[in-house]
Ligand binder design. Structure first.
Ligand SMILES: [Zn+2]
Ligand SMILES: [Zn+2]
Length: 160
């Protein structure tokens, strides 16, 4: 199985068991990502398709809770724990370990904010995962050395 490691992520052929449900031939899986204080946000507190999820703390008008995201780029699964998420609301997203606010990278086209999860402990915005803080917004990006990762039409991973 062809497999290679980039900072914080791995790319490998989509396992047979989930190939039925996703179009990707290859998948990008986030293996570690960090808050500004270097805490790993990937945790076995949430498992998606056998992969450890990205667990974030979240605050809204309704209170505080945890949100877990699938670490597979392109699979938009989110689970909330201890909080009910309302579609379209904007969340404050922090590190579950130290409560640090995850920094805003830029505005999202939906009017929310793209929040930065660093792929290394250098707080390097050019190696990061960006997710929107609006519940229901699907916008997510992976930036690696100023290239943006994506899937091409045939389901292979490309950086450009
Ligand atoms: Zn932290
Ligand atoms: Zn958005």
């Amino acid at each position: 199985m062809a497999m290679f490691n980039l900072k914080g992520m791995m790319i490998f052929p989509t396992p047979e068991r989930i190939r039925e449900t996703v179009k990707m031939k290859e998948m990008i899986v986030i293996q570690q990502c960090y808050c500004p204080n270097g805490h790993n946000l990937v945790s076995n507190q949430a498992i998606f398709d056998n992969f450890e999820g990205i667990v974030l703390k979240t605050k809204s008008e309704k209170g505080e809770g945890l949100v877990a995201l699938s670490p597979v780029f392109g699979i938009k699964q989110r689970v909330s724990i201890g909080i009910t998420l309302m579609k379209d609301e904007l969340l404050e997203i922090t590190c579950p370990e130290c409560n640090a606010t995850l920094p805003v990278y830029s505005a999202c086209s939906c009017g929310g904010s793209l929040i930065t999860l660093f792929l290394d402990q250098q707080n390097d915005f050019t190696n990061s995962v960006l997710i929107c803080n609006r519940v229901g917004c699907q916008n997510a990006q992976i930036r690696a050395h100023n290239e943006v990762a994506n899937y091409d039409d045939s389901g292979n991973v490309i950086f450009r």
